[in-house]
Ligand binder design. Structure first.
Ligand code: ADP
Ligand code: MG
Length: 271
């Protein structure tokens, strides 16, 4: 549903919307009435101290975590709830599976299948979900391997790839289902410094070549600044500051953002 704004221009339906989302583990509150919206095609960097809830947000979107209160919408449709028998209910597994089809995720530790080659890792989901024949899945996997610069590694097993190469295969695998939303959780944190750049370059190319909506959690502030058109700074499950990278990195308004950035610089990261 699109809303007509006062100016007469059409407001776009957010592709992602968190509405008063709460998430707790027992007595421990992780997210507290968290609300934010993401426009289609936006490239967001989620930054903030360890434990501030960034991974939890991505895992909720990936339907790996259930929320405790509130609602999450994808393209105006509830991810977390559905109407069954005229009643609004917590989403079933089938509903979650259908909604998840639009979303891909890349993890810090790659999570490649070790007994499958690079190309088999990439082909698996399109074939298992019945979306592509084995031949079409192979063709797409080859295209994706070329996109991430790994055509010559198609038949290697993960154990024979460097960390940067594994992460590029993981990115290709997440792209194989052609998601509209891609989530990246500290994808360079487990890499040796000299391997970080090849992954960042793939990410910048992706951002420039596709209209996917991308959410990136990172401790690399320089990368956040180059990649994102919007930065959210989190602390204790709340958004402290939300703005374009120039503003967040050059002229942060909140003392907590400033002090976080000082700590990150002191830890040796480029800002
Ligand atoms: P971030 O990614 O920003 O470092 P997380 O989303 O991983 O933060 O974690 C937010 C908080 O939730 C942390 O305090 C973490 O210890 C807690 N947490 C995450 N997963 C669980 C869990 N399964 N059980 C209990 N606490 C958890
Ligand atoms: Mg995390």
């Amino acid at each position: 549903m699109s809303l007509q704004t006062a100016s007469g221009s059409k407001a776009e339906t957010p592709i992602i919307e968190f509405k008063d989302v709460g998430k707790s583990y027992g007595p421990l509150t992780i997210l507290n009435q968290l609300s934010f919206a993401v426009k289609p095609g936006e490239h967001l960097a989620l930054i903030g101290p360890s434990g501030s809830g960034k991974t939890t947000i991505l895992r909720i979107l990936m339907t790996l975590e259930k929320i405790t209160s509130g609602e999450v919408l994808i393209d105006g449709k509830s991810l977390t709830h559905e109407v069954r028998n005229n009643r609004r209910k917590i989403a079933s597994e089938a509903h979650l599976r259908a909604m998840r089809a639009d979303i891909g995720m890349v993890f810090q530790h790659f999570n490649l299948f070790p007994h499958k080659t690079a190309i088999e890792n990439i082909m698996l989901a399109p074939v298992l979900t019945g979306r592509l024949s084995a031949k079409d899945a192979r063709d797409r996997a080859l295209q994706l391997l070329a996109k991430v610069g790994l055509s010559e590694k198609a038949n290697e097993y993960p154990a024979r790839l460097s960390g940067g190469q594994k992460q590029r295969v993981a990115i290709a695998r997440a792209l194989a289902l052609q998601p509209r939303i891609m989530l990246f959780d500290e994808i360079t944190s487990a890499l040796d410094p000299e391997l970080v750049e090849e992954v960042l370059n793939v990410m910048i190319d992706l951002r420039n070549e596709t209209d996917m909506t991308m959410l990136l959690v990172t401790h690399e502030m320089g990368f956040a600044r180059d990649f994102a058109d919007r930065v959210l700074f989190f602390e204790q499950g709340r958004i402290v500051e939300d703005g374009p990278p120039e503003e967040i990195f050059q002229a942060p308004r909140h003392e907590r953002t400033k002090s976080f950035l000082r700590k990150v610089i002191a830890a040796g990261h480029r800002v």
